[in-house]
Unconditional design. Structure first.
Length: 438
């Protein structure tokens, strides 16, 4: 990994070897996690990636300061596989969190030699210069189904290495967050059912204070993941222009989509916290309605970003599109349930009928797609008091209000703007250990 002119620098040689050892530790942790569904080990994966990153940042800084020395040197090759998978369930994993990581090559070659294929994987290792080559990395592939053709790529660009490493960390943090809160959808919809039921009282008995703290920690990790995607977008991708990778992982559209989705789900957790701690209980339906409208707008932005990616050499990631589309519909339906309550409280029964009817139709549409990850959420919401409330609002309008019921198109025009969103990315801070490794 070092130019010939630097081969005699023993301290530099030692530090590069130390960096390679940290990378190997990261790879081994990723591989070990692939063999278990025990998410308690993800923290060790995160620690390994975070241990490697400061040395990688140091190497990039050193590389930039000595760029002329590295010209024409082909001893540095980083090997990765795409993290994009066929099933979005394997990426978001709201129900049963699991990590599976590609078992790329192990070991690092020396003296220009080639590292052997490791652990039954067919990919060969990458040899290096006298300082030791970089073995193939274990990029996370969260999967329990077929992979994204397990597309293998290799690059001598250190910024490609940085981009994939940061993406591994962001995915690990997201998975750790999802594992803390079990099912993101079912908890939100249960609280929505409780909140929209006349006379219902919100309690903290189900999760208590510890549960609320878990929600807050999970929300923070999702915002940290969003910060990693943002850093990659703003600081890493500009350095990879011209690199032909053949996979969409480091494309701006995908990084933006993942960042947006992380923030949207962080906001959903924040709504859960708000619902569980709202001292006014059902007296303030405007707040969750406006928050949910803002969240569904983020889902829409993520969906549009993904659609921009579905062209060229990249396969049609239709299942991820369906996840985002159906998620947006469920969240919009929840917002409309609250809006129906708002209009009923204000004795605008025609609007209340229309909002509840539209919410019911949106949920029916998602429920019909039995393979949708949101189908169960839609079914549970429909099994709640939606139909009784719809009947109540219709009866009130037929006997008291006598108001016209807006059509679906007219209703959409009445939707308020979403409230300013809660979640912001936690900025990723570059840490570089400037002192020479001893």
């Amino acid at each position: 990994m070092l130019p010939p002119s630097m081969h005699q620098n023993a301290e530099l040689y030692k530090r590069v070897n130390h960096m390679c050892a940290l990378r190997e530790t990261m790879r081994e942790r990723l591989k070990a996690q692939s063999k278990t569904e025990d998410m308690s080990r993800v923290n060790s994966v995160i620690a390994a990636i975070q241990g490697y990153l400061p040395e990688l940042h140091w190497f990039i800084s050193f590389y930039e300061s000595n760029r002329d020395e590295f010209k024409g040197i082909q001893t540095m090759v980083f090997i990765w596989k795409s993290a994009i998978v066929l099933r979005v369930l394997d990426t978001i994993k709201l129900k049963r969190p699991r990590f599976e990581f590609n078992r790329n090559t192990g070991g690092s070659g020396g003296g220009g030699g080639s590292g052997g294929a490791g652990n039954g994987d067919s990919d060969g290792g990458s040899g290096g210069g006298n300082a030791g080559g970089s073995g193939g990395g274990g990029m996370s592939r969260i999967s329990s189904g077929r992979p994204f053709k397990q597309r293998r790529l290799q690059s001598s660009c250190v910024y490609v290495e940085l981009g994939f490493t940061l993406m591994s960390l962001a995915i690990a943090k997201s998975m750790n967050a999802y594992s803390k809160v079990a099912s993101l959808d079912t908890e939100v919809e249960c609280e929505t059912i409780n909140a929209m039921t006349p006379g219902a009282r919100m309690t903290l008995d189900d999760e208590g204070e510890q549960g609320i703290e878990a929600l807050k920690r999970a929300s923070l990790e999702l915002r940290e993941a969003a910060g990693l995607f943002q850093f990659t977008l703003e600081n890493v991708l500009p350095q990879t222009q011209g690199e032909r990778l053949g996979v969409p992982d480091l494309s701006p559209d995908l990084q933006y989509m993942l960042q947006t989705l992380s923030l949207a789900d962080s906001d959903r957790l924040s709504v859960r916290v708000w619902l569980r701690t709202d001292k006014n209980q059902r007296k303030t339906p405007n707040t969750p309605a406006n928050l949910l409208l803002g969240i569904q707008e983020r889902y829409e932005n993520a969906y549009n970003s993904l659609r921009a990616l579905q062209s060229g050499d990249y396969r049609n990631m239709s299942e991820i599109s369906f996840y985002l589309r159906d998620g947006q519909q469920v969240i919009l339906a929840q917002a409309m349930i609250y809006l129906a309550q708002v209009h009923s409280d204000n004795q605008k029964y025609g609007n209340a009928v229309s909002f509840m009817r539209e919410a019911r139709d949106l949920l029916d549409d998602v429920k019909k797609r039995s393979q949708s990850l949101h189908a169960r959420t839609a079914e549970m919401l429909l099994a709640g008091p939606i139909q009784p409330l719809y009947s109540l609002y219709r009866r009130n309008n037929d006997t008291i209000g006598f108001e016209p019921v807006p059509t679906s198109e007219e209703l959409r025009a009445k939707l308020p703007s979403g409230r300013a969103l809660i979640s912001k990315p936690v900025p990723y801070k570059v840490e570089i250990q400037t002192a020479m490794f001893v």
